[in-house]
Write a protein that binds this ligand. Structure first.
Ligand code: TYD
Length: 135
C-alpha cells in the first residue's frame, strides 16, 4: 500500500564551493541500479509518467527545480512535492504514479532497477485499479 512509499534522504556534503550529494547501489537504495533517465524541458501544465510497473522499482529525485509526484496504490492518492536534490521518493513496483506541476527548468532524475521494457508497464489506470482490488 501507500505506506511502502518513502522519502530516501541522500548524503549531503556541505561545502563553501557548493554542495554534493550521491547515491550508491547497496547503500542509499533498496534495489540494484540498472538504468537512469531524466525528464526535462517540461512545458508548463504537462503531466508525465502516468503508469505503474509490474517489476521495476525506482527512486525519483528533483535534481533541479520542483514538481509533484502523485502516488496511487489502487485506493488512495498521496502527493509528494519534491524540490531538493538531496532526497528522493522511492516507488516500488505495483504502485501507480504520475508527475505534475513541473517548475521552469526542473529536472526529474529517475534511477531504475530494470532495463526499459514496455511490457513491464501498466498504462491503463482502470486496469491497474482493478488488478489491485482483485488481488
Ligand atoms: P514514456 O514512458 O511514455 O514517458 P512517461 O514516463 O511520461 O510515461 O516514455 C516516453 C518514450 O521514451 C517512450 O517511447 C519510451 C521511451 N523510453 C525509453 O526508450 N527508455 C526509457 O528508459 C524510458 C523511460 C522511456
Amino acid at each position: 500500500g501507500i505506506d511502502k512509499i518513502e522519502i530516501i534522504q541522500l548524503p549531503k556534503i556541505l561545502d563553501e564551493r557548493g554542495n554534493l550529494s550521491f547515491l550508491e547501489e547497496g547503500n542509499q537504495l533498496p534495489f540494484d541500479i540498472k538504468r537512469t533517465y531524466w525528464i526535462y524541458d517540461v512545458p508548463g501544465g504537462e503531466i508525465r509518467g502516468g503508469h505503474s510497473y509490474h517489476r521495476n522499482k525506482e527512486l525519483i529525485i528533483a535534481l533541479s527545480g520542483s514538481f509533484d509526484v502523485v502516488i496511487n496504490d489502487g485506493n488512495e492518492d498521496k502527493t509528494f512535492s519534491l524540490n531538493r536534490s538531496y532526497y528522493g521518493i522511492y516507488v516500488p513496483n505495483g504502485i501507480w504514479r504520475h508527475m505534475e506541476n513541473f517548475s521552469t527548468n526542473s529536472v526529474a532524475l529517475i534511477v531504475s532497477s530494470t532495463d526499459y521494457d514496455e511490457t513491464d508497464y501498466e498504462r491503463d489506470f482502470d486496469k491497474f485499479k482493478l488488478s489491485k482490488n482483485n488481488a
